[in-house]
Design a protein around this ligand. Structure first.
Ligand code: ADP
Length: 308
């Protein structure tokens, strides 16, 4: 069933999803839904359970409990069909070093039984899309980290998937390369692809995701659009005062959320004007007035000892 070409229901739906390894609960009864055509992020520190959730989605790891459907199909019953609809960019670039750029795409197409002529056409289109035209015959070990990552994205698209799953797409890449990859992902999202990515970079989640969940220790702490999460948890502006010289944190300010982390005081408010008196009060310290961001949300939600 579809409305205007968009299938009904969720592209991905997890209910009480559970994954345990011996006595460790890696994913602790998480529930979420990813809509068709949206870019959905899982944001969390290392070890939060992000990769484990992704591996269950692309049918690499069995669930311990709960339910999980992808493109309307149950992962435990129809993994083969799901694999046909999902493109995967895992954390490591597991490209075949014995094949060149184009060869890597063609061999991958064979796993999906794509006819040779169709695969060649698709491979050439994808090589252009990820801007590796001049490298089509290059050996894998001559590619930079960013080129390998772009080739991984092209490879994940060879079967024309409905969903692209990326596990930490830009970890370890330099800032220019990260921006280039974000551009490609935005283009794919605009073409209607559903994108699910994990990241521990707050800026990546904020820039790319329509909606996201923040995960910590196998649990979803919050979900929403980056903008709503920021507005709800850390308002719009923050004043950071560093080097506070034993000064006490102010708790008595109406409409202002205050927080101490290490030797820095943070004051969150809806407007910059509300923070102006505090700037004067802290004029002997290093102060920064800036927009609140997802990192502030994350730290407020996870750093419980310092909540006010
Ligand atoms: P993230 O992707 O957020 O960094 P992971 O999903 O990789 O987190 O890991 C979540 C937790 O599960 C971690 O404590 C990790 O050590 C554990 N874990 C992941 N895979 C395995 C495995 N195959 N066997 C045992 N423990 C695992």
């Amino acid at each position: 069933m579809s409305v205007n070409g968009i299938p009904r229901g969720f592209a991905i739906e997890a209910r009480e999803l559970l994954k345990s390894y011996d006595n460790l609960t890696a994913v602790d009864k998480v529930s979420f839904g990813v809509n068709y055509g949206e870019a959905f992020g899982m944001l969390g520190p290392n070890g939060a359970g992000k990769s484990t959730i992704l591996r269950m989605i692309y049918c690499r790891t069995p669930l311990t409990g709960g339910s999980l459907s992808v493109v309307g199909l149950d992962v435990t019953r129809e993994p083969r069909s799901i694999k046909e609809s999902v493109g995967v960019v895992p954390q490591d670039n597991n490209l075949d070093p014995d094949l060149n750029v184009r060869g890597n795409l063609l061999i991958y197409a064979r796993y999906f039984r794509i006819p040779r002529n169709v695969a060649e056409k698709r491979a050439d289109e994808l090589i252009e899309f990820v801007e590796l035209g001049e490298k089509r015959a290059a050996r894998i070990d001559t590619l930079s980290g960013g080129m390998k990552r772009r080739l991984m994205i092209a490879r994940a698209l060879i079967n024309n998937p409905m969903i692209l799953v990326l596990d930490e797409p830009t970890t370890g890449l330099d800032p220019h390369v990260r921006i280039a990859i974000w551009d490609k992902l935005r283009e794919l999202r605009q073409q209607g692809l559903t994108i699910l990515l994990s990241t521990h970079y707050m800026d990546e989640a904020e820039k790319l995701c329509d909606r996201l969940v923040i995960i910590d220790r196998g649990r979803i702490l919050v979900s929403g659009t980056p903008r709503d999460l920021i507005a709800e948890h850390v308002l719009h502006f923050v004043l950071e005062a560093r080097g506070i010289n034993g000064r006490a944190l102010r708790h008595d300010l109406t409409g202002i959320i205050s927080e101490k982390r290490g030797s820095t005081h943070f004051y969150f408010a809806r407007t910059a004007e509300m923070l102006a008196p505090l700037m004067r009060e802290y004029e002997d310290c290093e102060t920064y007035l800036r927009h609140s961001n997802l990192e502030d949300v994350f730290l407020r939600l996870t750093d419980r000892d310092h909540l006010t």
